[in-house]
Write a protein that binds this ligand. Structure first.
Ligand code: C5P
Ligand code: MG
Length: 151
């Protein structure tokens, strides 16, 4: 059994899509990033890599490499899950937090859960997803934190 934890943050800017958990959420701003800037998938990927003792996302996908520009973050997570599979491990449970002042993510909850369930090969009832505002402390950022259990 292994447990991993990961975090991520991105600045919000106009003219970018807002990707959360592999879902493009309607928003007037999105994450500034080399990749698609999906903070939740980045935190999840780091959590899996951390559980495996295999470093972090930047070691596997350098953010100054042209090949990673605009890349779908689902590919980063899939890579980490493949590394788990090679070690006869699979994600059994996820607990994650997204911190974002606006937009409200509640309306996208079902879509995000469905997408995460699909990406992780995990029943939605094993995915805990919490949405929080920063209470104005970080209005121009999206942040994510994720804990995973692999077995
Ligand atoms: O941060 P705060 O506790 O005020 O958030 C209240 C509730 O608003 C959260 O429990 C969550 O259900 C919802 N929320 C949301 N989308 C966000 C932030 C919070 O749906 N971006
Ligand atoms: Mg990131």
């Amino acid at each position: 059994m292994r447990i991993g934890y990961g975090e991520d943050a991105h600045r919000l800017v106009e003219g970018r899509p807002l990707w959360i958990g592999g879902v493009a959420v309607p928003s007037d701003r999105g994450a500034e990033a080399h990749s698609d800037g999906d903070a939740l998938l980045h935190a999840l990927t780091d959590a899996v890599l951390s559980a495996l003792g295999l470093g972090d996302i930047g070691m596997h996908f350098p953010n100054d490499a042209a090949v990673n520009r605009g890349r779908a973050s689902s590919e980063f997570l899939s890579h980490a899950l493949e590394l788990a599979r090679e070690r006869d491990l699979a994600v059994r449970q996820v607990s994650a937090v997204v911190i974002l002042d606006r937009p409200k993510l509640g309306p996208a909850r079902e879509a995000i859960l469905a997408r995460l369930s699909d990406l992780l090969g995990l029943s939605p009832d094993m995915i805990g997803l919490t949405f929080k505002t920063s209470e104005g402390l970080a209005p121009d950022h999206v942040q994510a934190r994720a804990m995973v259990w692999l077995d």
